[in-house]
Design a protein around this ligand. Structure first.
Ligand code: FAD
Length: 380
């Protein structure tokens, strides 16, 4: 067991931290208010390889694995959950293409996506279903060498950026779900206005409408009818991004609480001298450390674990724990701030709003518990 970071991991962590401190932090408030990430930030992240950290160099990735990805995401997420959410959803979609794509698909779609010139989406949620993807109602009808896709997808991250979207639809004849790689903004593809959500501003969520979208059969991801397997595996790896984004939120709460406890004074002494504040700081530190090692371990398991079922359990376990602890820790951070934490002038307010998001993304917390217990007990 070695808890030291490799030289490469240290470099990636430092690069992400420096970029986040220098370029994201000064604009974090603006991103929150405008619910948009400036193009310069996306371009800068692309130059730093942040859109392709875990993927093979052969296809334009950094070849550094999920172990490095979690380190970078923690740093980016600590300054803006919205920025991290863009990379998280992108990596989920690109991860599916990298695992299930043909050589041609990978060569066509991965290099631009790894450079951040294209941002990838992954679309399973629909107005009628989120937790139960078997109820997917979007349809794919085969016509010669093409499929015609129709339907509505709900709450789709990055649907407003150009690039590929991994789209799940039910084949009209077999009733089985198939995954397709669709080019966003092709004919028949349109999007709603962004949803106005409580937190993670800057990471846009939109509905996607497909009206007779014509997709060549060669754009099927994996095999016809293999959609659920791709969905389940994709989402397991996607939880690495959601967990590390939430870890960034815990780090942000930690940093803001410590800073405030030292700066704010009562009778000329910092409030950190009060036992109640000390208790809050200690609680935050404990929860951050536990979450950190769980997420770093999940990054390691994503690179090394071979059994998809066991990995699904580990991913659900880490995601559930860390997202719930982000809520608890952001509350403790609020305690340290008193009424000032409720004000938009303080970062604690934004972190608190962001914290509620993670538990609902890529499977709600209750569903994570079902997955964990199902694998432990061997019962679905
Ligand atoms: C920030 C954000 C980003 C997102 N990005 C994407 C994206 O890029 N692509 C995408 O496809 N989707 C995305 N989503 C959607 C998200 O994945 C779904 O909203 C989520 O899976 C939950 O589905 P739902 O909202 O329909 O809730 P529901 O499925 O309606 O669940 C509501 C409640 O019912 C309970 N419940 C439901 N079914 C069961 C069951 N079988 N057993 C026990 N309890 C159950 C749940 O515990 C939950 O508490 C995103 C959502 C957010 C907030």
């Amino acid at each position: 067991m070695d808890f030291n970071l490799s030289k490469e991991q240290e470099l990636i962590q430092r690069a992400a931290r420096e970029f986040a401190d220098k370029f994201i932090d000064p604009l974090a408030q603006q991103i929150d208010v405008e619910n948009a990430v400036p193009e310069d930030i996306i371009a800068g992240l692309g130059e730093l390889d942040m859109f392709g950290i875990p993927f093979e160099e052969e296809y334009g990735g950094a070849g550094s694995g999920y172990s490095s990805y979690v380190l970078a995401m923690e740093q980016l997420g600590s300054k803006s959950s919205g920025v991290a959410m863009i990379i998280s959803a992108h990596t989920l979609g690109l991860g599916a293409i990298s695992v299930f794509g043909t050589e041609e698909q990978k060569k066509k779609y991965m290099p631009k996506a790894c450079r951040g010139e294209h941002i990838v989406s992954f679309a399973f949620t629909e107005p009628g279903t989120g937790s139960d993807p078997k109820q997917i109602a979007s349809t794919a009808e085969k016509q010669g060498d093409y499929y015609i896709l129709n339907g509505t997808k709900r709450f789709i991250s990055n649907a407003n950026y150009p690039g590929p979207i991994v789209m799940f639809a039910k084949e009209a004849d077999s009733g089985k779900v198939t995954a397709f790689i669709v080019d966003k903004f092709c004919e028949g593809y349109s999007i709603s206005e962004p949803w106005e959500k409580i937190g993670m501003h800057g990471g846009s969520l939109l509905d996607v409408y497909m009206k007779d979208v014509k997709v060549p059969a060669e754009n099927i991801l994996g095999q016809p009818g293999m959609g659920y397997a791709i969905l389940q595996m994709g989402i397991s790896y996607g939880k690495v991004g959601v967990s590390s984004t939430a870890l960034g939120g815990l780090l942000a709460s930690y940093q803001e609480a410590v800073k405030y406890a030292k700066e704010k004074t009562h009778r000329d002494e910092p409030i950190g001298k009060f036992p109640s504040i000390k208790m809050n700081i200690a609680d935050i530190a404990e929860k951050y450390e536990a979450a950190k090692w769980l997420v770093y371990r999940l990054g390691f398991l994503a690179d090394t674990m071979k059994d998809p079922m066991q990995f699904a359990k580990e991913a659900a376990l880490a995601k559930d724990f860390v997202c719930e602890e982000m809520i608890n820790v952001s509350r403790l951070c609020m305690n340290v701030h008193g009424s000032y934490g409720l004000m938009k002038d303080y970062k604690a307010e934004r972190i608190y709003r962001d914290s509620i998001m993670g538990s609902q993304v890529e499977g709600v917390s209750d569903m994570q518990k079902m997955i964990i217990a199902g694998v432990i007990l061997g019962m679905k």
